[in-house]
Structures are given as C-alpha cells and as structure tokens.
Design a protein around this ligand. Structure first.
Ligand code: 4AD
Ligand code: MG
Length: 464
C-alpha cells in the first residue's frame, strides 16, 4: 500500500524520505517550464515541487486540485531540499484560466482590501494560510497554558440577560416564531441578549471550582468601525478565587509572554513569511513583527496607576507639544490615541499595565479602593493595538456592591444571583479578558483585525 502524506509531513522528514513512494494531494500554486508543478495543501506555508518526466496532455492551471503519486528525490534546485518525481497524476478539478484572472488566487500581489472582498477564497492565499495556522496555534497554546495550571475550561452561555459591562451596546435575541410575535411574549419570558462577556457566570463557577477560564465568542453592538473592533469576537477570560489585583496582573503578563514565546518557537515559518511582507501592508518602513515580539518578551511590563498616566499625558502635552484630539483630564476614559502614544512613544514599545482607574468609567463589579474614587481595575496596553486585556479585582463585599448597583441604577432583578454569591463564602477574586482577535492581530503584525478572523462581523458587514 502506498501511504498518503501532507506536505508538512513530507517536508519535515525531508531527505529521510528519499526514494519513498507516496501520495500527496493539494492545489496548484504555479506551473513552470512545462515541467514543475508547485502545490500546497494548507498544512504549511511551504510548497512541494513536483517534477514531470513527460508532457501532460492537460493544460494545468493555477488553483486546480490534484492527487499525485510519485517518489521523493533529492532536489538540485536551491529552493528546496527534496521534490516529488511524478508517476501518476489525477485531476479532481481543473480551474478555468479566465476565472482565475479575476480572483485573488491569481499569483500576484493583491491588496488586503481586495482579499476581503473574496472572503470565501481567502483561505487559498499564502498570507491567510499563515494567519490561520498562527491563530490555531495560539488557541491551542491557550488551552495548554491553563490546563497545565489546573484551570478548568468553563462553557459560559451565549444567551444571557445581563449586560456585564453595563454599556448597553448589546444584541437582543428574538425568535422568528409567530407565537412570540402574536403573544407579544419573549421566548425566554424576558428580554435576552447575546453575551458581551462570560465573566459574571465565571464568578459563580470559581466559588466552588477555584480557578476557571472561558474561551468563546462574545458580541458587542458598538458602532466602532475601526481596525481593532469587531461585533463578534473571541475572548479568553480566566477567573480565580483568592486572587488579588497584583496576582492577576502577574498572571496576565506571564500568560501573554509565554504565548508569544510559543508562537515564535513553533510558527517561525509562517511568522517569517508575514514578517517579510508586513512592511508593505502596514506601509511603514523597517516594520518587523519579530523585533516587536522580542521587545515584549525581553522587558517587564511597566505598571502605572491611572492617576500617574494622566500626569504623564499632561506633561507630554506641555513639553512635547503633542495635541491629542480628546482633552486630557482626571476622570476621562483613555482613548486609543493616548494609549498608543503612551506605549509606543513614552514607554518605547514596552507594554504598560494601567491600574486603579476612576470608578466612574469602569463597570459596577470592580473592587472599590479605600480612596472611594478609584477601583482595582487593570488594562494592559500593547503597542499598535492599545488595550489588549481588561481585567480587575472584583468587589466581594456585599454592602459595597449593592450600594454601587443602586447608585448606578442597575436592575437588581438581573443581578440578584450575583449579589447572592457574596453571602455564600465570599472571597477576594480577580480575572481578566483577553481580546483574542486583537492578540492574533498583534502577533501576526496585521493592520486590520478583519484580516485575522475567518469570517469577520463588523457594523454593516456580514459578508458570507
Ligand atoms: O475590557 P473588556 O470590555 O472586559 C470585559 O469584558 C471583562 N468582563 C473581562 C474580564 O474581566 N473577564 O474586554 C476585554 C478585551 C479588551 O481588552 C479588548 O482586547 C477586547 O476584549 N475587545 C474587543 N476586541 C475586538 N472587538 C471589540 N469590539 C472589542 N471590545 C473589547
Ligand atoms: Mg476594557
């Protein structure tokens, strides 16, 4: 029997496979000098070269799907160590050359905007293959990271009736059943929404399980059409009992660094391909993803309070003559322009953890500090991205929490159970949320978050 192998398996074995007869399947990337077919099967960024020993009767076109049987030989070309000498070829589907010309499959440089218009074909491009493999490796490592540290993976509901972040930018869930319309009744007997975060449910779980993490899709109806916002994105949310803000920050820093380390160690071929091209896509000279990633690994993240940040920004405005669009004052929400200036210019590209934010700009669940003005919040700011993680120590004291809920006029009906938790063995606890897609965007060096998501959803856009 002749075994079938992926291109990755074949290239990983390299010369050890010399003279081995095998089957491989893939899509034609190019056909040169009537003699070399270059194929790829998605398993690696690298292609396999097939050598023809005779002329084929069919005209081979780019994008066509084939199955080949042949024997591995040492290659005398410079570009590869081994190649496949063809014995037998089967065409699954030959692509019409005229169609290829108009598509992003045609082997020439296409703008990322154009590839976004052909979402269903993007997976066949080299760049998107690299991004998807890296995205996969990041997901895999995240599970491994938490699993090794005995965090339980918790599935929190997608349909919920609480607005965790209290921003009101949520999608309502309604059924299309006629009954729901006729009776003017809700399917779940009350208004329900797509979840913006699994945190509140995660807090229930840790009260018995100690430490958990969630990793799933969340939905936000913010009308922010930026390069960092999606309406549907994935979030990783660890939540830990008996954990203080400092523990939380330490965990987040370690988690981000080890994930980046893992990707550099395990996805270097894909990263290197992206690294060669990002300068062009980002339209920035000397842009190197690898350099940026190494800086993250090399230095400890800066840790500064919100109050210190405001002082720094004010000083920058005065001494450096920088004009921010949004005015700087104590109590304002940091905007992307402030976050990026702080990390990229003031702290030279080293991430910054900003903590102790004013309670007025943070959600109800964060633990109040003794100054009664600030809460134990922490945001991690990255170069290029701005906020990548948002987290906090949670308010575990019943009286203080209920006061806050009442002051903010939140609906106790939807939060009674959250309050109830504070009566049954309440403990100091903390957690954070990592914007998974923003993290993939950062690691791959892409300029637009839509280019790192298989099927992006943004305001006014659900193409495919
Ligand atoms: O800061 P956020 O809103 O925090 C929470 O939802 C907390 N409940 C998390 C927790 O403590 N368990 O969101 C967390 C992260 C942000 O730092 C950002 O990286 C990402 O989610 N994020 C988005 N990513 C893409 N598109 C959007 N519209 C995003 N909004 C937030
Ligand atoms: Mg936030």
């Amino acid at each position: 029997m002749i075994n079938k192998y992926s291109i990755k398996e074949i290239l990983d074995k390299g010369i050890l496979f010399e003279n081995k007869k095998l089957i491989v399947e893939g899509w034609v990337r190019s056909f040169r000098h009537s003699m070399f077919i270059i194929i790829n099967d998605g398993s690696t960024v690298k292609n396999l070269q097939i050598i023809l020993s005779r002329n084929l009767k069919k005209k081979i076109t780019v994008g066509s799907s084939i199955r080949v049987m042949g024997i591995i030989k040492k290659s005398f070309g410079n570009e590869q160590d081994i190649e496949l000498k063809l014995y037998e070829i089967k065409f699954y589907s030959l692509v019409d050359n005229n169609i290829i010309q108009k598509s992003i499959i045609q082997p020439k440089t296409h703008s990322l905007e154009k590839t976004r218009e052909q979402i269903h074909l993007r997976f066949q491009t080299t760049i998107f293959g690299c991004i998807m493999r890296i995205r996969n490796s990041i997901s895999f490592f995240i599970h491994e990271y938490f699993n090794k540290r005995h965090f339980l993976y918790l599935h929190t509901p997608i349909i919920t009736y609480s607005d965790c972040e209290g921003t009101g930018q949520i999608f309502q869930v309604i059924s299309t059943s006629k009954k729901e319309k006729d009776d003017n009744k809700y399917f779940f007997n009350r208004k329900s929404y797509l979840s913006v975060s699994g945190q509140l449910e995660a807090e229930c779980a840790i009260m018995g399980l100690g430490k958990i993490y969630t990793f799933g899709p969340v939905f936000r109806a913010e009308n922010s059409n930026t390069k960092r916002h999606l309406s549907e994105f994935w979030m990783v949310e660890p939540e830990i009992a008996f954990y203080h803000l400092e523990d939380n920050i330490n965990l987040a820093e370690n988690f981000l660094k080890l994930t980046i380390r893992y990707i550099i160690d395990n996805c270097i071929e894909d990263l290197s391909f992206l690294n060669k091209n990002v300068e062009k896509w980002n339209k920035k000279k000397n842009f190197s993803i690898l350099k940026i990633l190494e800086i993250i690994l090399k230095f400890s993240f800066y840790r500064v309070t919100y109050t210190e940040v405001i002082k720094i920004l004010k000083k920058i405005e005065k001494t450096k003559n920088v004009n921010f669009i949004y005015p700087v004052y104590w109590g304002m929400d940091l905007q992307s322009e402030h976050e990026r200036y702080l990390v990229e210019e003031y702290f030279n590209g080293i991430p910054v953890v900003v903590f102790n934010y004013p309670s007025s700009i943070k959600p109800f669940y964060m633990r109040m500090n003794d100054d009664k003005k600030t809460v134990r919040a922490m945001d991690i700011l990255f170069p290029r991205i701005g906020e990548i993680i948002g987290g906090s120590q949670r308010e575990e004291r019943y009286e203080i929490l209920i006061n806050r809920i009442e002051k903010l006029k939140l609906n106790i009906d939807t939060l009674w159970w959250y309050l109830d938790l504070r009566k049954f063995g309440s403990v100091p606890h903390s957690g954070f949320g990592l914007g998974f897609d923003r993290f993939v965007q950062f690691i791959t060096g892409m300029n637009n978050i839509r280019d790192v998501v298989p099927f992006p959803r943004t305001p006014g856009y659900t193409k495919l």
